[in-house]
Write a protein that binds this ligand. Structure first.
Ligand code: ATP
Ligand code: MG
Length: 214
C-alpha cells in the first residue's frame, strides 16, 4: 500500500519545469528531492500535497486521486491527513506560539503531544508571541503545528533552512521518528546532502524527471 503515488506528472509555468515524474512512497518511507534553485522543487511539492493541479499526470494521495476528487474531498484530505511545512513558514504572527500549535490540533480534533515541543527545543518559548521568536524558533513552531494534527504524510520544503547543523539534525530526527511511529511518509525538499542521504530515497529533479544522480 502506498500513501503517495505520483504518476507521470508534468508542469510548466512560463517555461517547462519537469515532466515524467513518477514515484511512490509507502508508510515509514521518506524521499529527499534535491535540485538547483528554480528547478521546480517547491512546485512539485505543491502538486503532490493538494495545492496545485499539474498540467499533466495524477496524484494518488491516501487512496484519493486528488485532482479528480471534488474540492471538498481535497480540502478534507488536506485538513486531516496532509502536513505541509512551507519554505516560508506561515504562522499567525500576532498570536502566541502555543496558540498557533493549539489551533492546529483543534482544527483536526487531535491532542498535542508536549514531549514533541521539548524534542523540538521550543517548549520554553511557547508563551512568546510569534513575532518575538527568532527565525529558527518560528520554523520549529511551524513544524510543531504541522505534527500537532498528526498527518499521514508530511511535505517539508527546506524545513531546516534557518537552523544550525545540530538543531537541523535534531529537527530531522523528530520528523524521521514521527513517520516511523505513525506509519506516515515524508517528502523532503532540501539543499542539505547530509540530511538528504538519511532518507529512504534521494532524487534529483531534472527537466526530464527524477534521477538518482545530480
Ligand atoms: N505561481 C507561479 N506562477 C508562475 N511561475 C511560477 C509560479 N510558482 C513558481 N513559478 C516559477 O517556477 C520556477 C520554479 O519555482 P519553484 O519555487 O518550484 O523552484 P524551487 O526548485 O523550489 O527553487 P528554490 O530552491 O529556490 O526554492 C521558478 O522559475 C518560479 O519563478
Ligand atoms: Mg523552493
Amino acid at each position: 500500500m502506498s500513501l503517495l503515488d505520483a504518476r507521470n506528472i508534468s508542469h510548466a509555468f512560463d517555461y517547462p519545469l519537469f515532466e515524467n515524474i513518477n514515484f511512490s512512497l509507502s508508510p515509514k518511507e521518506s524521499m529527499a528531492i534535491l535540485g538547483v534553485s528554480g528547478s521546480g522543487k517547491s512546485t512539485l511539492l505543491h502538486i503532490c500535497s493538494t495545492l496545485l493541479t499539474p498540467n499533466q499526470g495524477e496524484v494518488i494521495l491516501c487512496d484519493h486521486n486528488i485532482y479528480q476528487d471534488n474540492d471538498d474531498a481535497r480540502l478534507t484530505l488536506r485538513r486531516y491527513d496532509v502536513g505541509i511545512i512551507f519554505q516560508s513558514h506561515y504562522l499567525f504572527k500576532g498570536f502566541f506560539a502555543n496558540e498557533n500549535v493549539e489551533l492546529a490540533s483543534l482544527l483536526s480534533d487531535k491532542t498535542m503531544d508536549d514531549a514533541l515541543l521539548k524534542r523540538l527545543g521550543i517548549a520554553d518559548f511557547m508563551h512568546y508571541r510569534v513575532g518575538d521568536l527568532s527565525g529558527g524558533q518560528q520554523q520549529r513552531v511551524s513544524i510543531a503545528r504541522v505534527l500537532a494534527k498528526r498527518p499521514k504524510i508530511i511535505f517539508a520544503d527546506e524545513p531546516t533552512g534557518n537552523l544550525d547543523d545540530k538543531t537541523a539534525q535534531e529537527v530531522m530526527n523528530v520528523l524521521f521518528e514521527y513517520i516511523e511511529h505513525e506509519n506516515a511518509a515524508l517528502l523532503l525538499v532540501t539543499h542539505n546532502q547530509q540530511l538528504a542521504k538519511q532518507c529512504t530515497y534521494v532524487r534529483h529533479l531534472h527537466l526530464d524527471g527524477l534521477k538518482e544522480e545530480a
